[in-house]
Design a protein around this ligand. Structure first.
Ligand SMILES: O=C(O)[C@H](O)[C@@H](O)[C@H](O)[C@H](O)COP(=O)(O)O
Length: 256
């Protein structure tokens, strides 16, 4: 089993700053080790705060952004450029302010994209894109150095919601219909795909996340609480603010 750790920061702003700093270091280390780096982004408020913080850190210029692959863990199935798309949010906050190679930015398809308004076709198309970038010896997925996830109040991660049939999906990317969080139609990496990442970071801030975070770390079942079912191959990091960490068993905390 990979190593799991919990870091607790004073508040949501400090959490975003700390995750941003960690992300830069992770990308630098990956580039030093492998010559390139791959990050998987997610959506939500805390993710947006992290992207903004990365874009504002002077150390961002130490990363060779032309050798960073950007993937998404989930997407809201909406037209390109819709302000609610996770891609739109990440571009505005970070991707438009660093010199990425556009060929290495891999957004999940939009509902007005080449696959049309068909989320199943969009998910299949993304699975093909992932397979085209697969690492040697691995048929379906590229190497992910770090995969970031927000945590829903109900314990969802990416667009894997409690009790949803997507739990039983073995393909790397799936359409999701009937999401309890709007919009109802989404695409998501599935848990088996998420769990191939070298490091998985679960980032959560605010008191409304305390119950889900506490239950996940106390060993809840993944179908009821998807956050309990994700882990990195090498490391799983829970990156929290104090409010979100309120129900974390004391033995698991390292207060910062
Ligand atoms: O598309 C989305 O909304 C997400 O990818 C979702 O999984 C999000 O990360 C969590 O719901 C946490 O979102 P907040 O940080 O806004 O609570």
């Amino acid at each position: 089993m990979s190593e799991a750790s919990v870091a607790v920061h004073a508040d949501a702003d400090m959490l975003a700053q700390a995750v941003a700093a960690r992300l830069l270091v992770k990308l630098l280390d990956a580039q030093a080790d492998r010559g390139e780096a791959a990050v998987v982004l997610t959506g939500g408020r805390i993710a947006a705060a992290v992207y903004r913080a990365v874009g504002q850190l002077p150390a961002r210029d130490a990363v060779d952004w032309s050798r960073v692959d950007v993937w998404w863990g989930d997407e809201r199935f909406l037209p390109a450029g819709d302000p609610e798309r996770n891609e739109t949010q990440a571009r505005a906050a970070l991707l438009d302010v660093v010199p990425l190679d556009p060929a290495r930015v891999h957004p999940m398809p939009a509902s007005d994209g080449p696959a049309g308004n068909d989320p199943e076709a969009a998910a299949a198309g993304y699975a093909e894109e992932l397979a085209r970038a697969a690492r040697p010896g691995h048929a379906t997925l590229p190497h992910f150095d770090v995969l970031m996830l927000g945590v829903g109040e109900d314990g969802h991660v990416a667009s894997v919601f409690p009790g949803h049939p997507v739990h039983y999906e073995t393909r790397p990317c799936s359409a999701v219909r009937g999401s309890p969080k709007p919009p109802p139609v989404r695409t998501t990496l599935t848990l088996p795909a998420i769990n191939t990442a070298e490091e998985v970071w679960l980032v959560a801030g605010g008191a409304d996340k305390a119950r889900a975070v506490g239950m996940a770390l106390a060993g809840a079942g993944p179908v009821q609480l998807p956050a309990a079912g994700v882990h990195g191959v090498h490391r799983t990091r829970w990156l929290l603010d104090r409010a979100a960490a309120a129900d974390v068993p004391a033995r698991l905390r390292s207060l910062r």
